[in-house]
Design a protein around this ligand. Structure first.
Ligand code: S3P
Length: 432
């Protein structure tokens, strides 16, 4: 991707409908497959990760129709999956791998999960341990606690698991296995992570309860097909929030964005940095709150981000780091060691690329320190095929002097297939 610096940066004006939420799209396919009857999903995210989830459930014997925006899932109930005759390929998707491992732990057949080179390096011990405690037999085929994983499901026992990390993928894998356990299953985490699984499990009829940092599921309910309207993904909105705030004179309306309080950390941080964001048309669909977000350009200042805020903005930290680089003063991001085990090591990759643009950015053990406010220059950006890195530096390229070239830019298809079209439309650039 190439972006040519223009002396006067054109303001971003207009509206954008944000594509469907990735986390919610995955869960809708999974629960639709385990429910009895036909589940209809609209505004589904047609990104590569969610398509991997669809293809895995098709291999597990579920009939799924995808006409581009609307998905119909002909669910066969909790015990309706059939043994796959091939390896289940989760592509680049951690959510598919970990949540599906939870579901497969409860099946009476064996299966194998794998994914791309990045997935085969990401830590799976975090789900292998609790799922084995419940009674599943899981083998990491390369004996490195990563995928490929072979899973022999069976009769599971309810457990109370104290997770050392606040991870919705870990929590959700255990809750989904809990649908098949002989008794109640609970998960306690250090901080509350995104609660889309809990909301959607309840919506489909499961018996789920939450109290502070503990969530429990009691098996025995029948899941019933539902209509799911997927809200716009706040993680995808984040790039346009950042661009709208940073580019002088901008005024952007982001339509239909999910504002679930376990995901809205970027809004809190943007406001703490001085960002002008107004919420309009608040509404709720299938238990998830949405709103239109009006973004007006603002002079940003540095901030401190840590503790319980981190799980609510974990995927937005790359673009928050870009906001920090153009904000006055220092931003400290801490308690975010999880960034090292995302699609890339986002602490290293963000600080390396920011430094390449001339920003004073230091990696730390659990985050980064960014000294913002200096003028930055264009650079060659190594995305490491991480979609969030590519999109974050597209935003940075708007404000950097000179040309920016983002390597492996197509990785945006993981979560935001029409990103460059929308970005070009609103920024007046012609990235290709
Ligand atoms: C996700 C949870 C988060 C997030 C990921 C999607 C989910 O991962 O980073 O992109 O859909 O549950 P962790 O649960 O590992 O923090």
């Amino acid at each position: 991707m190439r972006g040519n610096m223009q002396t006067q940066i054109p303001a971003l004006k207009g509206e954008i409908t944000i594509p469907g939420d990735k986390s919610i799209s995955h869960r809708a396919v999974m629960l639709g497959s385990l429910a009895k009857g036909t589940t209809e999903i609209t505004h589904f995210l047609q990104g590569e990760d969610c398509l991997s989830t669809i293809s895995c459930f098709q291999k597990l014997g579920i009939d799924i129709e995808n006409d581009g925006d609307r998905i119909l899932i002909h669910g066969k109930g909790l015990y309706g999956l059939s043994a796959p005759d091939q390896i289940l390929d989760c592509g680049n998707s951690g959510t598919t791998t970990r949540l599906l491992a939870g579901i497969l732990s409860g099946q009476s057949f064996s299966s194998t999960l794998t994914g791309d080179a990045s997935i085969c390096k990401r830590p799976m011990k975090r789900i292998i341990e609790p799922l084995m405690q419940m009674g599943a037999r899981i083998t990491s085929l390369n004996q490195n606690n990563c995928a490929p994983l072979s899973i022999e499901g069976g009769s599971l026992s309810g457990i109370h698991y104290h997770s050392p990390i606040a991870s919705a993928q870990v929590k959700s894998a255990i809750l989904l296995a809990g649908l098949y356990a002989d008794a109640k299953t609970s998960v306690t985490e250090p901080y509350v992570s995104r609660n889309h699984s809990e909301i959607m499990l309840s919506y489909f009829g499961a018996d789920v309860s939450a109290h502070k940092t503990t969530v429990s599921i009691t098996p025995g309910s029948v899941l019933e097909a539902r209509k799911v309207v997927v809200p716009g993904d706040i993680s995808s909105a984040a790039y346009f929030i950042a661009a709208g705030l940073l580019v002088p004179g901008s005024e952007l309306l982001l339509k239909n964005v999910g504002i679930n309080p376990t995901r809205d950390g970027i809004l809190k941080v943007a406001k703490a940095m001085g960002g002008d964001i107004t919420m309009l048309n608040r509404t709720k669909d299938n238990g998830e709150e949405t709103a239109d977000l009006l973004i007006r350009s603002s002079a940003l200042k540095g901030t401190l981000i840590g503790d319980s805020l981190i799980p609510t903005l974990i995927d937005e930290i790359p673009v928050i780091a870009i906001m920090a680089a153009f904000a006055e003063g220092t931003t400290i991001i801490k308690d975010a060691a999880e960034l090292k085990v995302k699609e890339s090591n986002r602490i290293q990759v963000m600080t390396d690329n920011l430094q390449a643009m001339g920003c004073e950015a230091e990696p730390t053990e659990d985050g980064m320190i960014i000294h913002g406010g200096k003028s930055l220059h264009g650079a060659t950006i190594h995305s490491h095929k991480d979609h969030r890195i590519a999109m974050s530096f597209s935003v940075a390229s708007l404000l950097a002097h000179g040309e920016t070239n983002i390597l492996d830019k197509d990785c945006v298809n993981i979560s935001f297939p029409h990103f460059y079209e929308e970005f070009n439309r609103l920024t007046g650039r012609s990235f290709s």
